[in-house]
Design a protein around this ligand. Structure first.
Ligand SMILES: C[S@@+](CC[C@H](N)C(=O)[O-])C[C@H]1O[C@@H](n2cnc3c(N)ncnc32)[C@H](O)[C@@H]1O
Ligand SMILES: [Zn+2]
Length: 388
């Protein structure tokens, strides 16, 4: 029996078997959000951890040291040690005393204690202590409850050039425009509520990472970004140098969305869109600064997919991401298009095929099964869909 100050249970995830608190459950047997638990462990974030293991395994081809400044039970770092064959050591830190105790028990139990360095301090202090080049990590994972913003700058400082950062955000209400002022305050960006809000959420978070990186003389390159259930997660390569930092400016910009005429416009940072829609003259929603370019690297996604056979859900997500053209900002939902055109809804896959055969870019999106990304204008969509 372990001596813990709270009711606990042994869980299994991937190759790890570990201790975490027992969660109250709903009648349907689903655990209730564990933010108030003495130690954080959310089984619904398994996909985030699976994707971390796959992404880290795919990106690095030499043995590396990773850091988890907000480690909770330690399950992510321990799984990286057990399942990613290129991770040789992990630094696990959490401010919570119970988390500190539990991560040590879990490291010991999984036979990786000799490859783990644990600490209990504020995540920013932990990261700042690893600012010097010889102290930096190849991979830093920022996995908070809520917004990651307060840890991002120090996470870059603690990341080696050529390394990788994994960042999650669970404050979706702010990022998707339900609480626009919260987004403004935390991410220093405007957002708008729309069918494609989760795409914008990824772009606002990405934009925040790029703007923080460039201030530090760094650039970020997208590897994989996705939305799932209650969070978004972004993996970026971190690159050093003035030209890389300067290049960020050209990748940032704005989005204007006019609901009445369905026009999605993306424009560069130095050309903010007008409040009035240039097509129909109506007032429209604006969002930015945000990342205007691809949020996942198609080739990297394909390489990651090849390593995903042991991870069913991640494999499914990667196969969707491999088909997705994230270079197109926003998407149309097939039902919104049908309402707009007063036609019966058509399958987004069929519409995408139709658009591609007419020379336009078009793809589905992992964010919404009824979503359609395309560079075709609403007029083109109207002509094609009403003729078909
Ligand atoms: C979402 S949980 C981490 C979950 C873990 N990464 C996983 O995959 O299971 C966030 C953790 O951050 C810790 N935390 C909150 N504020 C912190 C701070 N300022 N410094 C360090 N840890 C902090 C919490 O105690 C909690 O364990
Ligand atoms: Zn318009």
């Amino acid at each position: 029996m372990l001596e813990l100050e709270f009711p606990y249970k042994w869980y299994e995830e991937g190759k790890a078997r570990f201790v975490a608190p027992i969660f109250p459950e709903t009648k349907a047997g689903e655990p209730i959000a564990p933010t108030k638990a003495p130690v954080f462990y959310n089984p619904f974030s398994k996909l985030s951890r699976d994707m971390t293991i796959i992404t880290v395994s795919t990106y690095f081809n030499t043995p590396i040291t990773i850091a988890e400044p907000l480690a909770g039970s330690g399950v992510r770092g321990i799984r990286l040690l057990l399942e990613a064959d290129n991770v040789k050591a992990a630094y696990l830190n959490d401010i919570n005393k119970y988390a500190y105790k539990v991560m040590n028990i879990n490291a010991e139990f999984n036979g990786v204690a000799d490859r783990v360095e644990t600490s209990r301090m504020d995540g920013n202090i932990f990261l700042a202590q690893h600012n010097l080049p010889e102290k930096r990590f190849a991979y830093v994972d920022v996995d908070p409850v809520g917004p990651p913003v307060r840890f991002v700058e120090n996470a870059f400082r603690a990341c080696k050039p050529g390394g990788m950062l994994g960042v999650s955000a669970t404050d979706l209400a702010a990022l998707v425009g339900t609480f626009p002022r919260a987004c403004q305050r935390k991410y220093d960006a405007t957002t708008l509520h729309s069918e494609f809000s989760k795409d914008l959420a990824i772009r606002v978070l990405f934009g925040f990472l790029a703007r923080t990186a460039m201030r530090l003389g760094l650039g970020v390159r997208p590897l994989i970004s996705f939305y799932h259930r209650h969070f978004i997660r972004v993996f970026v390569a971190v690159e050093r140098g003035k030209s890389r930092a300067r290049a960020m400016i050209g990748r940032l910009g704005w989005v204007g969305y006019c609901r009445p005429c369905m026009y999605i416009e993306s424009s560069p940072l130095d050309e903010p869109p007008t409040r009035r829609c240039p097509r129909c003259g109506q007032r429209r929603g604006l969002a930015g600064p945000l990342w205007r370019e691809a949020t996942s690297d198609a080739e990297f996604v394909r390489q990651a997919a090849e390593r995903s056979s042991d991870y069913k859900e991640a494999k499914k997500l990667l196969s969707k991401l491999a088909e997705e053209d994230t270079g197109i900002v926003g998407f149309y939902s097939a039902s919104a298009l049908a309402r707009w055109l007063r036609i019966s809804p058509k399958s987004p896959r069929k519409i995408a095929e139709l658009l591609r055969s007419s020379g336009y870019r078009a793809s589905l999106t992992h964010i919404d099964p009824s979503g359609l990304r395309t560079d075709a204008s609403p007029e083109v969509l109207k002509d094609l869909l009403t003729a078909a």
